[in-house]
Design a protein around this ligand. Structure first.
Ligand code: F6R
Length: 609
C-alpha cells in the first residue's frame, strides 16, 4: 500500500522518481527513499518522516542518474525509521529492492539466511526479500533469473522493483497481488504503484497482471506471465484527470476504500491465518498468558468501538468468555475495574485518538496486559500497548472509516480463534468460523457486485427524514455501524438498536416515509426479526433488508432486499453485511450532494479529549 516509482531514460532519473512519489503523497506514508545508478554502482538515499527530508538529501547529493527507483513507505514490519525505509540492499550490496505489500514467510526465510551468515540492518520483510534475490543472484549470476527464482520462494501479496549493479540498464519488477503499472515513453519507460504517478509523463500505460514480471530498459518493456511465458504488453490510454486518478478512477476515497476491502482483509489475514487452519500471532503474548486471561475488555471509540461489539459476539460465542466493550471516552470516568488476569484490547485506526490513549493508560495502571489493534504503525497507541497487531489495511484517507472496520473485526476474530487454540472452545464453531473467515474477502467481493442494486435503493430512500438500523445478535452490532456511516456522511438522523428494543420506545417514531434497515443474517433469529419488520410495516415504514442469499422468507416481507452470500457463521455473515450498509450510506450521501470524504464537523484523527 506504499508508493512505488521507477524510471529509466534520458531525464534526470532521481528528479523524476521523486516527483512521482510526491504525486502519491495523498496516500499517506512515514518514510521514503530512492536508489539510483552511479558510476560506482547503486546509491541509496532514505529518510524517515516527510518527503521534504528525503528531498533535502537529494538536494545535497545532486545525483545525475538515468535509472532510479523510489519508494514512500507506510510501515507494516518494523517502525518508521531511516533503517527500515526502502530501498534495501542484499547481503553483497549488488542488488537493491523496494517493495509494497507483505512477505508472509519473511521470518522463516530470514532465520534460514541468518544461519548462513546473512546480517540484516532493518526489521523489514523487504530486506529479507532483497537477500533472497541476492542469494539467487550469487548462485546463477543472472539478474532476471535470480528475481524469477526468488519470487518463487516468497509467499504473500507484494509488488517489487529490483536494480542490480552489474546490469545498470535494467529495472526488473514483479507484481504479485499488489498493483503495479508500467508507463511507456519515447526512449524512456516508467513504473509506479498507481496511475497518478505516471500521468505527468505519459498516458500510455500497461497494467501488470498478477504474477507478471517485467524488465524495463530505455527502449523496451519485456513482459512475461507467472509461468515465465513472454506476453505482449497490453497498452491502454488513460484520459482521467489527476484528481480522479488519485482515487483510482473513483469519485471519492470512501468508495475506493470500500472496494479495497477484499484486498485489505487478505492483507490483514496474511501470515496469520495459516493453511493448516491455525492462527499464528507470534508478536503477542506467551501461551501461558493466553491461557491465563479470564476476561476481555475492549476499549475504543466510534467505528472502532462498533468493531469491538462484533468482537464481543465472537469471543463470547466461541470461548464462552466474558467480554466488556466500553467507550474509551467514558472509561476513566466510570470507576473502571481492571484486574491482572484481564486482557485489554484497544482498537484504533489512527492509533492517536486521545480518549483511547487515555483509557489505555488507565488499563495499564490497573495491571492488565494490553493488546493494540492499530492501523497506523508506530502511532502512540501502538507504542504504548504491551503488544500490537497491525490491521495492515493500508492508509485510510476518507474520514468515514470503512476498510479499517472490517480489518479490525477480522483481527478480533483471529484473536478469538488464536485463544481457542489454547483453551476449551467449541470445535465445530471453530472450524466454521475459521473456514468462513478465510472466505471473507470473497464474500465481500460478491457484495460489491450488488452496487447497482444499492444505488437504486438509495434513490428511493435518500429524502427520508429518519432511518432505523436494526438487527439481532451480531446484526445488532453491525446496525450501529451502518447507522453511524449514514449519519456522518449523509446527515440523515438515525435510530439504531437491537430489533427487539423497538417496542420499548423507538417504535413511537415510526410514521409514513420512515425507513428501517434490518440485518437478517442469522437463520435462528429470523422469525423474531420478521415480527419486528411487520411492526414497522404496519405503521407505514419502508423496510430494507440485508439477507443471506439462501433466505427465501424475509424478501417477501421487505420493500427492498440486498442479498449477501450464504455464510455458515453468523459473525462472518454480520461482518460481510456491513459492506452493503457502507455502500448504501455512500450512495445516499452522493445523491444528496454531501461532502463525502470530509464530512462537516469531523476529523480523521481525534487528538482532543
Ligand atoms: C467513523 C470514524 C470514527 C473513528 C473514531 C476512532 O467513520 O472513523 O468514529 O472510528 O474517531 O478513531 P480511531 O479508530 O482512529 O481511534
Amino acid at each position: 500500500m506504499c508508493g512505488i516509482a521507477g524510471y529509466i531514460g534520458p531525464r534526470e532519473a532521481v528528479t523524476v522518481v521523486f516527483d512521482q512519489i510526491t504525486r502519491l503523497e495523498y496516500r499517506g506514508y512515514d518514510s521514503a527513499g530512492v536508489a539510483f545508478g552511479t558510476e560506482r554502482g547503486i546509491a541509496v538515499l532514505k529518510k524517515a518522516g516527510k518527503l521534504n527530508n528525503l528531498g533535502q538529501l537529494i538536494e545535497n547529493e545532486k545525483p545525475a542518474a538515468h535509472i532510479a527507483m523510489a519508494h514512500s513507505r507506510w510501515a507494516t514490519h518494523g517502525g518508521p525509521t531511516d533503517e527500515n525505509a526502502h530501498p534495501h540492499y542484499d547481503q553483497s550490496g549488488r542488488i537493491a529492492v523496494i517493495h509494497n505489500g507483505i512477505i508472509e514467510n519473511y521470518y522463516e526465510l530470514g532465520e534460514a539466511l541468518k544461519s548462513k551468515g546473512h546480517e540484516f540492518r532493518s526489521q523489514t520483510d523487504t530486506e529479507v526479500a532483497a537477500h533472497v534475490i541476492g542469494e539467487e543472484y550469487a548462485e546463477s549470476g543472472q539478474f532476471v533469473e535470480a528475481v524469477r527464482r526468488a519470487v518463487r520462494r516468497l509467499r504473500g501479496a507484494f509488488a517489487m522493483v529490483v536494480m542490480c549493479i552489474d546490469e545498470p540498464d535494467k529495472i526488473v519488477t514483479v507484481r504479485n497481488a499488489s498493483p503495479l503499472v508500467l508507463g511507456i515513453g519515447e526512449g524512456e519507460n516508467f513504473l509506479a504503484s498507481d496511475i497518478p504517478a505516471l500521468l505527468p509523463y505519459t498516458r500510455e500505460v500497461v497494467i501488470m497482471d498478477e504474477g507478471d514480471l517485467a524488465v524495463l530498459t530505455r527502449n523496451e518493456i519485456y513482459l512475461e506471465d507467472a509461468e515465465g511465458k513472454p506476453k505482449l504488453p497490453k497498452k491502454i490510454h488513460i484520459d482521467w484527470d489527476i484528481e480522479a486518478a488519485e482515487k483510482g478512477g473513483h469519485e471519492h476515497f470512501m468508495i475506493k476504500e470500500i472496494t479495497e476491502q477484499p484486498q485489505s482483509i487478505r492483507q490483514c489475514l496474511a501470515g496469520r491465518l495459516l493453511k493448516d487452519e491455525t492462527v499464528a500471532l507470534p508478536e503477542t503474548f506467551s501461551i501461558n498468558d493466553w491461557k491465563r486471561f479470564d476476561r476481555v475488555i475492549i476499549l475504543a471509540c466510534g467505528t472502532a468501538y462498533h468493531a469491538g461489539l462484533l468482537g464481543k459476539y465472537v469471543f463470547e460465542s466461541l470461548l464462552r468468555m466474558p467480554v466488556e466493550v466500553l467507550y474509551a471516552s467514558e472509561f476513566r470516568y466510570n470507576n473502571p475495574i481492571v484486574r491482572a488476569n484481564d486482557l485489554v484490547i484497544v482498537i484504533s485506526q489512527s492509533g492517536e485518538t486521545a480518549d483511547t490513549l487515555a483509557a489505555l493508560r488507565v488499563a495499564k495502571e490497573g495491571g492488565a496486559k494490553t493488546l493494540g489493534i492499530v492501523n497506523v504503525v508506530g502511532s502512540n497507541i501502538a507504542r504504548e500497548c504491551d503488544a500490537v497487531l497491525y490491521t495492515q489495511a493500508g492508509p485510510e484517507i476518507s474520514v468515514a472509516s470503512t476498510k479499517a472496520y472490517t480489518a479490525q473485526a477480522a483481527l478480533l476474530t483471529l484473536i478469538a480463534l488464536h485463544m481457542a487454540q489454547h483453551r476449551a472452545a467449541d470445535k465445530e464453531k471453530y472450524q466454521r468460523l475459521i473456514a468462513e473467515l478465510e472466505r471473507l474477502p470473497d464474500h465481500i467481493e460478491a457484495c460489491l457486485k450488488n452496487n447497482e442494486a444499492i444505488v437504486r435503493i438509495a434513490e428511493h430512500i435518500k429524502d427520508t427524514p429518519l432511518i432505523f438500523f436494526l438487527g439481532r445478535g451480531a446484526d445488532a452490532a453491525v446496525a450501529m455501524e451502518g447507522a453511524l456511516k449514514m449519519k456522518e456522511i449523509a446527515y440523515i438522523p438515525t435510530q439504531e438498536s437491537p430489533a427487539g428494543e423497538m417496542k420499548h420506545g423507538p417504535l413511537a417514531l415510526v410514521t409514513d416515509g420512515v425507513v428501517a434497515v434490518f440485518g437478517v443474517t442469522n437463520p435462528p433469529t429470523r422469525e423474531k426479526v420478521i415480527s419486528n419488520i411487520k411492526e414497522i410495516k404496519a405503521r407505514g415504514g419502508t423496510v430494507v433488508t440485508v439477507v443471506l442469499e439462501s433466505d427465501t422468507v424475509t424478501p417477501a416481507e421487505s420493500d427492498y432486499v440486498i442479498r449477501i452470500p450464504h455464510i455458515d457463521s453468523h459473525a462472518i455473515a454480520a461482518i460481510t453485511s456491513v459492506v452493503p450498509l457502507q455502500l448504501l450510506a455512500y450512495h445516499v450521501a452522493r445523491l444528496r450532494g454531501c461532502e463525502i470524504d470530509q464530512p462537516r464537523n469531523l476529523a480523521k484523527s481525534v487528538t482532543v479529549e
